[in-house]
Design a protein around this ligand. Structure first.
Ligand SMILES: [Zn+2]
Length: 290
């Protein structure tokens, strides 16, 4: 059974790189049936950014990639921007804690401004390291994570969180952090979720599940909101580090093949969750599109 006409097919979290496959990877996604990508910024240089100007150049690269993908593939692309929390490890070592934190906060402010200017739809990835970091850096990561929530509150936008995999306690803690800053938990996305947490146990925080076959089977009947993502890295030096960009459309096709109720189920991650969390309307591929 083909993908239902008019239904968007959305990868909620991927990266593209000017030195990787770039637009070609997006073309593969489109050919497989994908319609929209959430394109998250990343460091494109061997050394992570240290200054606000480094971050501005990085964000501009992401924006140019998004424009090229839109122009050359017709896909919808939503830009998600923030300084990556783990950048602080290298930045503190290079320029010291105070300059590193200043640049990080200024980059969060810049991302918030781009959201208000509608050049981006959310802050991300922000959060915590998924591995032990030097003891002098850990509190700085916490401090800037808190600041990211304040910026998301001011920009009135969703916030996409990077962290280790979370259990219900972790979700509740994240929801509490959001409320402290006046951010609704329903606008907080836990990206790269690798275990199913039912909606009744996330305290309102929205999981974006890695689109592995087994995990998709476990979550596809959940009422939502939830997303699917590949976290595609577009890094030729790390093939297979994450899922390929064609994965979400393939999983969607497998769900569609099940027939009864498939369209309803697919509308949860691809339509209703996007509208609810990002407050944007998506359109799927029309009957005359390729
Ligand atoms: Zn990512």
């Amino acid at each position: 059974m083909p993908l239902p006409r008019g239904l968007p097919v959305v990868d909620h979290h991927c990266h593209l790189s000017p030195s990787g496959e770039g637009v070609d990877a997006a073309r593969r996604f489109a050919r497989a049936g994908g319609t929209h990508l959430f394109l998250t910024t990343q460091s494109y240089t061997p050394d992570p950014p240290r200054t606000l100007e480094d971050y501005r150049a990085q964000f501009e690269t992401t924006e140019r990639l998004a424009e090229r993908v839109r122009g050359e593939t017709g896909l919808g692309v939503f830009v998600v921007l923030a300084p990556y929390p783990i950048d602080l490890v290298a930045a503190v070592a290079a320029v010291g804690p105070s300059a590193a934190v200043d640049a990080h906060r200024a980059a969060l402010d810049l991302a918030g401004r781009w959201v208000r200017e509608r050049r981006a739809v959310a802050l991300g990835e922000v959060g915590r390291a998924h591995f032990p970091v030097p003891p002098e850096v850990a509190p700085l990561i916490e401090e800037t994570f808190r600041y990211a929530f304040a910026v998301a509150h001011d920009a009135d936008c969703p916030i996409v969180v990077h962290s280790a995999d979370l259990d219900p306690t972790g979700f509740r803690e994240l929801a509490a952090r959001a409320r402290e800053s006046g951010v609704e938990p329903g606008r907080v996305v836990k990206h790269f979720a690798r275990s199913r947490v039912p909606a009744s146990e996330t305290d309102g925080v929205v999981p974006s599940y890695l689109a592995k076959r087994e995990l998709v089977r476990q979550v596809e009947h959940d009422p939502g909101p939830w997303f699917l993502e590949t976290d595609f890295l577009d890094d030729p030096r790390r093939p297979g580090a994450v899922l390929d960009l064609a994965t979400v459309p393939r999983r969607a096709e497998a769900i569609a093949a099940a027939g009864t109720g498939a369209e309803e189920r697919l509308s949860v991650p691809f339509l209703r969750s996007v509208e609810q969390v990002y407050r944007v309307k998506l359109e799927g591929r029309g009957p005359t599109a390729p």
